[in-house]
Design a protein around this ligand. Structure first.
Ligand SMILES: [Mg+2]
Length: 101
């Protein structure tokens, strides 16, 4: 599915269910992933369930810019902000793991 096709689906979901519900669903999906990770850590995880919950969270996270811009569409400042922190934290991780070498 192209990004354009995904955005079409995400916008339709937002229009059909509303921003508050989509944020509730994001929280629920995060909780489900947490549960699956805990099961995995305890040796009784199910690989398919872990993959499924990871996909659920990824799909919800991709909708965050649209959800946060609702109901009043505004310039998307969220995506660049996420990118800023993503790059900053990835660089920090890189320093943490390689600076001792
Ligand atoms: Mg789920």
């Amino acid at each position: 599915m192209t990004q354009e096709e995904k955005n079409r689906v995400f916008k339709a979901a937002l229009g059909k269910y509303g921003a508050a519900y989509r944020l509730d669903l994001l929280v629920e999906e995060l909780a489900e992933l947490i549960v699956e990770i805990r099961h995995y850590q305890r040796g009784r995880g199910d690989w398919d369930s872990l993959a499924e919950e990871t996909a659920d969270v990824q799909i919800m996270l991709e909708q965050m810019p649209l959800i946060l811009a609702s109901p009043t569409p505004e310039p998307d400042n969220f995506t660049p902000a996420v990118k800023y922190f993503y790059d900053k934290k990835l660089a920090r991780l890189e320093r943490q793991v390689f600076d001792d070498e």
